[in-house]
Design a protein. Structure first.
Length: 384
């Protein structure tokens, strides 16, 4: 809508939910306009700083954001603000550790049908490990084990079922947590039984995978039409834990691109994703571990470029969702022209039908006359 703060110009408000407070989306979107005419007002916040209310069709979603703990200088984060939002860029999962659970805020965005990148539906589906694994399993069933080497996995809804396990060593993961949290390696049945007794104190599900003795792990990153692949070596069996890991670029092969493209089709479409895998040093094979959605971490040397790619993706989605005023007028005029021309065509088609009927009638008359002219005349015979 029109915003007095921007001199009465048309403005669309973009809410960026970002888990890395040092990333500056205000700067990334600075000067960018929708269709070259409508300003994008950026509001950046973390989930814990957000409260909202959805008024559905009448007024959409109104969001209030607290002053950030460490605000980006010269931005609106230096104060509390309340805005009505038009679009959301989700760069943070709505559920984490330490009882961080903002799913009710995500549901508020659902309630008002707010457009977003990634989609709200995919963000919700990617919150839980079983739903993501089941979707990846679907890709494997489609392509085959060799073309999509997803690691095998066992799911236990509670500690009661934690009796039959894969062969040891194995890795157990508790609940939805990522980044190495709730993840343990076991070498024997006794230790796993002790672990299940701890799980009995909580209501979390548990997933179990065979432990792959890996020498490096990798990630395929996709942001819109842009791809990257990375290779990481680490001294810790949890590759994403500790500060001793070494990261390098990996060639983007057709195989990696195909994996990413198949994953991008999941949950109605993933515009941003990261697919993690490991390289086994014993059999020299790759095993796909898990899929990460819009909240993927960015490699520092590509951070600025990746943020610009996300910006371009968001602008493209916003322009598709919010057509320009000029294009709306042109579209309205075109619709009227189409309506007028359609009516004219209908009249002409009706006239053609009438002419076809007249033509058919005249042809029938002509055929009848021609037939009569060929028949011999029937004269009366006179008898004397």
């Amino acid at each position: 809508g029109i915003n007095a703060e921007y001199g009465g110009e048309m403005v669309k408000t973009l809410l960026v939910i970002e888990c890395s407070p040092n990333l500056n989306w205000y700067a990334t979107f600075e000067g960018v306009k929708l269709h070259g005419e409508e300003i994008i007002q950026v509001e950046q916040a973390e989930w814990q700083d957000v409260s909202l209310c959805s008024y559905g069709r009448e007024s959409g979603v109104v969001v209030t954001m607290k002053r950030a703990k460490n605000p980006l200088k010269g931005t609106s984060q230096e104060k509390q603000r309340t805005v009505k939002i038009d679009f959301v860029l989700l760069r943070s999962v709505s559920r984490g550790i330490h009882h961080q659970d903002s799913r009710n805020l995500l549901f508020g965005l659902f309630h008002a049908n707010v457009p977003s990148v990634n989609s709200l539906q995919s963000a919700y589906m990617c919150l839980e490990r079983p739903t993501v694994y089941g979707a990846l399993l679907g890709i494997q069933q489609k392509l085959g084990v060799k073309k999509f080497p997803l690691i095998s996995q066992t799911y236990y809804p509670s500690h009661h079922e934690m009796l039959i396990t894969p062969e040891y060593p194995l890795v157990a993961k508790v609940g939805h947590a990522h980044s190495g949290y709730g993840k343990m390696k076991f070498s024997n049945q006794q230790d796993f039984r002790d672990f299940s007794s701890v799980c009995a104190l909580h209501g979390d599900y548990v997933t179990v995978e065979p432990f792959i003795k890996w020498d490096w792990d990798g990630r395929i990153q996709k942001i819109g039409p842009n791809y990257r692949a990375f290779k990481r070596t680490s001294g810790n069996w949890k590759g994403n834990v500790g500060n001793m890991s070494v990261l390098e670029d990996l060639e983007m092969t057709s195989k990696f691109k195909n994996w990413a493209d198949e994953c991008a089709k999941l949950f109605g479409g993933l515009d941003i994703l990261g697919l993690d895998f490991v390289h086994c040093e014993t059999d020299n094979k790759l095993y796909i571990l898990e899929l990460n959605d819009t909240a993927i971490g960015l490699v520092h040397k590509y951070e600025e470029e990746d943020m610009e790619q996300m910006r371009d993706l968001v602008v493209m989605k916003m322009e598709a969702h919010f057509p320009s005023e000029s294009s709306s007028k042109t579209s309205s005029k075109s619709e009227k022209n189409i309506e007028s021309l359609t009516e004219e065509v209908n009249l002409l088609q009706e006239k053609v039908k009438q002419l076809e009927i007249r033509l058919r009638t005249e042809k029938e008359k002509a055929a009848t006359a021609q037939q009569q002219s060929k028949e011999p005349s029937k004269k009366k015979k006179w008898f004397s």
